[in-house]
Design a protein around this ligand. Structure first.
Ligand code: MN
Length: 250
């Protein structure tokens, strides 16, 4: 199968680096995935084959239609839950990157009806209201995985225009205009979840207001902040020689 390339190499490299950062920061472990919409063909997206994110190199990337049909890249088995990505790209023209993860501190907020809300500026990107999608509502008892495009579309409807949605008994999705935005949102959502639980054990929480969330989000999305964070996490995850590392052994 032809390589998924056909894109500027920088997109492939950024996607590999996003995999490594999210694994290194504890958002993805052996499971979960991150994708990017094809920069020149918006009806396609790029994602790794079924592989632990910290092991991903450029040679492991695959290219899919939004319906989940493979059109390029590594021929080995794909992620079972790739419908999450296609359905979100389909419903959200503004989405250029998607991460599905099982970040542990976030999980309790998907099963307790306690809303996840920003308690500090760095988590403002999760927005003022984080919805919870329950696969059982429309699909009954399942193995909890999003296996069909219909299930993915149901999740995308709950997500709506937001950046984040939780998945009951499973994990979450994070969506953004860039891979950097998605990585930053996912990392600080996990931190916020841990800190919110700590704060709740101390007493009533004073959350960020809607106006504070809006202003802090704008601050984080400026390249001064997002590039600084990305560089720090990239160096922490793969060291200085990222060009060699992301290409893989071949
Ligand atoms: Mn999953």
């Amino acid at each position: 199968m032809p390589d998924p390339g056909l894109v500027e190499p920088i997109t492939l490299r950024e996607l590999v680096i996003a995999n490594r950062i999210l694994a290194h920061e504890g958002i993805l472990d052996a499971f979960g995935h991150v994708s990017v919409r094809h920069p020149e063909e918006p009806s396609h997206y790029l994602i790794a084959r079924s592989l632990g994110p910290e092991l991903v190199t450029e040679g492991d990337l695959q290219r899919f239609t939004l319906q989940g049909e493979q059109v390029g890249g590594d021929p080995r088995p794909p992620y079972a839950e790739r419908a999450i990505h296609g359905a979100i790209y389909e419903g959200r023209a503004d989405s250029m990157a998607v991460c599905h993860n099982h970040a542990p501190s976030v999980l309790p907020f998907g099963v307790t009806h306690v809303p996840l809300r920003p308690i500090f500026h760095m988590a403002s990107l999760i927005g003022p209201e984080v919805p919870v999608w329950d696969i059982a509502e429309a699909f009954g008892e399942t193995d909890m995985l999003v296996r069909t495009i219909e299930q993915g579309r149901s999740l995308a409807r709950t997500l709506g225009a937001r950046r984040v949605a939780l998945m009951r008994g499973h994990g979450s999705v994070v969506v953004g205009r860039t891979l950097r935005e998605v990585v930053m949102t996912a990392i600080y959502m996990e931190q916020n979840a841990r800190l919110q639980a700590q704060a709740a054990s101390l007493g009533d929480i004073q959350y960020l207001t809607a106006g504070e969330i809006e202003r802090a989000s704008a601050m984080l999305l400026r390249s001064l902040a997002s590039d600084r964070a990305w560089e720090t996490w990239r160096r922490r995850a793969i060291g200085a020689d990222s060009a060699r590392e992301v290409k893989g052994a071949s």
